[in-house]
Design a binder for this molecule. Structure first.
Ligand SMILES: Nc1ncnc2c1ncn2[C@@H]1O[C@H](COP(=O)(O)OP(=O)(O)OP(=O)(O)O)[C@@H](O)[C@H]1O
Length: 619
């Protein structure tokens, strides 16, 4: 079983065989079945309480008879008090036990979902909306407590009470029971129809809440852009619209839910009136004694509460079914099973991945399409085991896609990618991602301290390794100046750090792993000239130890490269050094010309190891 740091992930070991109403594997059912024993125990406690309750009207009937016949009252009174106490005690213990089991089911479902999401296949995961995922993990799971423990117990105990009550009422007077049944039948049918509509309405609320969460997450995550576009009112209206839809659907659920109990109460009141009229008539004619009529009416009153809570329980269970469907759907995400197994082994070994030295990279006729349009078309090039290789090309050329295939975020759809001469498909994904350090375009920082961000996923890093990474990434001085150093806390999305500092932190995080291959996707785009110059020297140092592949728009990074691959429209146009490409590649000339002017505008130094011989395009 895989583990998540800080908690044991209670993931069912294999995909459940049973499917839910939507055809997805029934993960929630599999988790709930593991607690059948506890649920049955809770139900048993409830049944004892119900039996104690059911015995009360019969004993009170006897008490009335004893009063009428001047018999000894002590024993009946003690027995009635005992029954009151037993009912109260068992009801309380049952509620606690079921609440506990419900919390356990919620916890196990949450940890299972978190695990399934974190190990999800990246391509499938990328198509989902983050806010909706959060809503399923946080809100939908919270509905399981009531739906799978309390309402299940309520439905079973109340059903048993009703059956017991009906049997006892039958024993007292079958005719009066017949009168009751006719009145109750109509209201039961109405209640069941209401419960069905309640389930459909509840499913709609869950779906709207998913949309609401997703939109909220999107807008808050991009608040800077929202403000810069003066789109606060637009977003407020859009998200407010979803909140309104949720309110309307929620009101519909409340309306249907609030009709359930009165529908049953009406049936009961009608039964009561009919029972009193019929019963009094039978008492008057002497075919029924008053004590039996009293006991029958008491049973009728006694069954009001279980009948109402039974239908409330059915309503809650129906609402929970909507949530269960959404949870099962999320849990059914395709998984990177290999990564799960490898990481479980690595956790067990409690040791970092051994990166085992240097390795070159080779793309051989690699093809890939996200959708219809190919992003890479027969891409072939090789990268030596040491040195800096730059990938340049216009936006949308497929540069990031190359990295994502090398990381096996997506499988290539043709050709091969070799790492150290071995097909990456043959390397366990977990090990591959230890060998290749990937600094993404958006330098993601996580909540926590700078130190925690640095050793993220590499908690065994030594202080010497941390110092080396800080030095190479040019963060040493900045961290040294901070009063709390590595213990300085940073907020979500790296709040508290500049864009350049975030980039350097992301690079340092990868350097700690001592990767064989370091992928830098626009990793210096946010740096000022001084920082960039410092980092360029660092990258050259790193490149002397391993293979660095850098996607770069800034010429200053490109001119430094030992090899440049020009990518356009998913194809490799040319490869060579800066000098060679300036002479031979029209695409490169165009790109350098644009960049030269852009860099001049940004006042970026163009002096590199292989400094520009002349203004590009001007020779
Ligand atoms: N997740 C995705 N789903 C569908 N299409 C995608 C996805 N990611 C990228 N693409 C498309 O694939 C093509 C290559 O994208 P890629 O991100 O690799 O380009 P790039 O060269 O890195 O661009 P840039 O320099 O702008 O970052 C583009 O046409 C892009 O629209």
């Amino acid at each position: 079983m895989a583990t998540v740091k800080g908690a044991t992930a209670e993931v069912p070991s294999s995909r459940p065989g049973r499917r839910d109403a939507h055809g997805n594997p029934d993960w929630v059912g599999a988790i709930a079945r593991r607690h059948l024993g506890k649920i049955a125990g809770g139900v048993s406690l409830g049944l004892v309480a119900a039996a104690a309750g059911l015995a009360q009207p019969a004993l009170i009937g006897q008490l009335i008879s004893a009063v009428g016949s001047n018999s000894d009252l002590v024993l009946p009174i003690v027995l009635v008090l005992l029954l009151f106490g037993t009912e109260a005690l068992f009801t309380a213990v049952q509620a606690y036990a079921m609440g506990r089991t419900g919390e356990r089911i919620v916890y196990e479902t949450r940890t299972a979902l978190i695990d399934r999401v974190l190990f999800a296949d990246f391509a499938r995961f990328s198509a989902l909306r983050l806010g909706d995922i959060a809503s399923r993990i946080v809100a939908d799971t919270s509905m399981l407590k009531v739906a799978l423990s309390q309402s299940v117990a309520t439905i079973m105990v109340d059903s048993a009470m009703l059956v017991g009550g009906i049997v006892l009422m039958y024993l007292i007077d079958p005719l009066l029971l017949g009168v009751t049944a006719i009145c109750m039948a109509v209201s039961s049918v109405v209640s069941l129809l209401l419960a069905r509509r309640l389930r459909i309405a509840a499913q709609r609320v869950r779906a709207i809440m998913g949309d609401f969460g997703a939109d909220l997450h999107r807008a808050i995550g991009a608040l800077g852009t929202v403000k810069a576009c003066r789109a606060e009112s637009l977003e407020s209206k859009r998200i407010g619209g979803l909140a309104l839809a949720a309110r309307r659907s929620g009101i519909r659920v409340s309306a249907l839910g609030s009709l359930l109990s009165p529908a049953m109460s009406l049936g009961l009141q009608a039964s009561l009136a009919a029972v009193i009229v019929t019963g009094m008539g039978r008492v008057a004619t002497g075919s029924m004694n008053p004590a039996d009529l009293t006991a029958f009416i008491m049973y009728l009153f006694y069954l009001v509460s279980p009948l109402v809570t039974l239908f409330m329980g059915i309503g809650q269970f129906q609402q929970g079914r909507g949530a269960i469907g959404r949870i099962n759907e999320l849990a059914s995400l395709d998984q990177e099973e290999q990564v799960r197994q490898d990481s479980a082994l690595a956790d067990a070994a409690a040791s970092p991945v051994d990166n085992g030295g240097v390795a070159g990279v080779e793309f051989q006729r690699v093809r890939f399409a996200y959708e219809q349009e190919p992003a890479l078309r027969d891409v072939s090039f090789s990268v030596p085991a040491r040195g800096l290789t730059a990938i340049v090309g216009p936006s949308g050329a497929g540069k990031t896609t190359l990295f994502q295939l090398l990381m096996r975020f997506y499988p290539s759809q043709g050709g091969r990618i070799l790492l150290g001469g071995e097909n990456i498909e043959a390397i366990p994904v977990h090990a591959l991602r230890g060998l290749v350090g990937y600094v993404q375009q958006e330098s993601i920082t996580l909540r926590g301290t700078i130190g925690e961000n640095l050793v993220y996923g590499e908690e065994h890093a030594t202080s010497a390794e941390i110092d080396r990474a800080l030095e190479l990434s040019g963060l040493e001085e900045f961290v040294g100046r901070l009063p709390n150093g590595l213990d300085t806390r940073i907020g979500d999305s790296g709040v508290g750090l500049s864009g350049g500092q975030r980039q350097r932190l992301a690079i340092a995080r990868m350097l700690i792993r001592r990767p064989s291959v370091l992928l830098l996707d626009e990793a210096t785009s946010n740096l000022d000239s001084d920082s960039e110059l410092a980092l360029r020297h660092s990258i050259r140092n790193i490149a002397s130890e391993c293979c660095v592949i850098s996607v770069a728009h800034r010429m200053s990074t490109v001119v430094d490269a030992d090899k440049i691959v020009v990518l356009e429209d998913g194809r490799v146009r040319e490869t060579g050094t800066h000098r060679q490409l300036l002479r031979t590649s029209p695409t490169y000339q165009r790109l350098t010309s644009i960049q030269f002017h852009a860099d001049q505008t940004n006042d970026v130094s163009l002096t590199g190891r292989d400094s520009l011989p002349a203004v590009p395009g001007g020779h």
